[in-house]
Design a protein around this ligand. Structure first.
Ligand code: 13P
Length: 333
């Protein structure tokens, strides 16, 4: 297959109707936090057991088109000794890989952060591709306050995100472009809308500068919501605010917008996606790429016990199925 064919096939596989992406790419420190919330120690063995269990959920491929993995998992064998990427392919799911190397302070911009990971990216991608990864993810993070994010942070992060996306496409790997505007803080929904619009405009300017093919990428943004320490907004309010911003800032050539859940409860994330798909028709597929909102109930059900395997898989498939319905506005709460 040519590079172009590889990219087009992966896009078509990811945006299949009724399906979204499962983000299971928590770094080792992040998964340790998630496990500790359900009383489980994070070890290579416990991570392998949990992830092997959720990826083997019968029928998962009916609602999930792609799974984002962390490097460790891409190289792991399932409990039945099948390579994890192979297990996913057997479920009709495309394996993907998180490739950014985390984030840290942006010098001379107090409070802002920058994402790392461009050095050596193409050789890492080559190895990940040989292990079965067909798409990648890179996450930029933007904090909101009265003065954050600075224009320096917006420009610098957009630039690295676009450079990552260009490298991925050159190697036949579909880039997931993730500019996350954080929900932390007391800001209003209109402040979140202003910041999201500014960030997205800058990201698409950078993608254009680096000649990234918009038809062969996926956008993974946050929905436009009020800060966590502010009042809650209804799903309709979130849907209106989100679509208003995205119509202004995201070209129609982008095939899919796969939202992150970013700290919304599993129910909120489903309700909000459903409301988005109930508004007037949008030019892009509006779907999910949830981590916590898909996995939290499954992690609680599991609690580190293999005897809870059935309940763990039932909890995961329930959220996957409901979000699969919300993907077309067909979820009836
Ligand atoms: P959440 O849905 O838990 O925000 O995770 C999605 C993700 O991949 C963040 O990078």
């Amino acid at each position: 297959m040519s590079i172009q064919e590889e990219l087009n096939t992966t896009i078509a596989d990811l945006v299949r109707p009724g399906r979204g992406i499962l983000a299971a790419d928590e770094s080792t420190p992040t998964i340790a936090k998630r496990f500790s919330a359900v009383g489980v120690e994070s070890t290579e063995a416990s991570r392998r057991e949990y992830r092997s269990l959720i990826f083997s959920t019968p029928g998962l491929g009916e609602h999930i088109s792609g799974v984002i993995l962390y490097e460790e998992t891409l190289q792991q064998l399932s409990l039945e000794d099948v390579a994890i990427p192979r297990l996913l392919c057997n479920q009709g799911i495309v394996p993907g890989i998180k490739v950014d190397m985390g984030k840290g302070p942006l010098v001379n911009a107090p409070g802002d952060e920058i994402t790392y990971g461009l050095d050596g990216l193409s050789s890492r991608l080559e190895r990940y591709k040989s292990l079965g990864a067909r798409f990648a993810k890179w996450r930029d993070v933007f904090h909101i306050s009265d003065v954050l994010p600075s224009s320096q942070a917006i420009r610098s992060n957009a630039e690295v995100l676009a450079r990552y996306a260009a490298v991925c496409q050159a190697m036949g790997i579909v880039p997931i472009v993730e500019p996350e505007v954080l929900m932390d803080g007391p800001h209003s929904i209109s402040r979140a809308a202003d910041v999201s619009e500014e960030v997205l405009l800058e990201v698409f300017k950078a993608l254009h500068r680096h000649q990234v093919s918009l038809e062969q990428m996926v956008l993974k943004p946050s929905m436009v919501t009020p800060g966590k320490a502010s009042r809650r907004a209804s799903p309709e309010e979130v849907a209106h605010a989100t679509l208003a911003v995205f119509r202004r800032a995201v070209p129609a050539a982008v095939p899919g917008i796969f939202f992150l859940s970013g700290g919304q409860t599993p129910e909120e994330a489903t309700d909000n996606l459903n409301a988005l798909n109930r508004l007037e028709e949008a030019p892009w597929a509006l779907s999910f790429s949830y981590g916590r909102a898909l996995q939290e109930p499954a992690q609680k059900a599991w609690a580190g016990q293999r005897s809870n395997a059935g309940a763990t898989q039932a909890a995961l498939i329930k959220r996957a199925r409901l979000n699969g319905l919300a993907r077309s506005g067909a979820y009836a709460p």
